[in-house]
Design a binder for this molecule. Structure first.
Ligand code: FES
Length: 89
């Protein structure tokens, strides 16, 4: 998974809807276009809205990334929902 901080935190599974289980990062921890306004898949260049995960340009237009639910803990840290962990195995 990866998390983007733009007008809040947006967590997504690190898998492109174009081809199942394709890793998306350009390099370690690099998921955004140069101006930081879109998530971009490194394989074929699909671009995704950061807040909704909807593909707006590329080979999977209209498909969406899979959101990961985060839990905000009282000490300022984050955790992944147990349901997310159970459905990803
Ligand atoms: S696998 Fe992501 S755009 Fe093709």
């Amino acid at each position: 998974m990866f998390v983007v901080r733009r007008n809040g935190l947006h967590a997504w599974r690190k898998a492109c809807p174009h081809w199942a289980n394709t890793s998306m990062a350009w390099r370690k921890d690099a998921f955004l276009n140069p101006d930081g306004t879109r998530i971009v898949c490194s394989a074929h260049g699909a671009q995704f809205d950061i807040a909704t995960g909807v593909c707006t340009l590329g080979p999977c237009i209209g498909e969406t990334l899979v959101r990961v639910s985060l839990i905000y803990l009282g000490d300022g840290s984050l955790a992944v929902s147990r349901n997310e962990l159970e459905t990803s195995t």
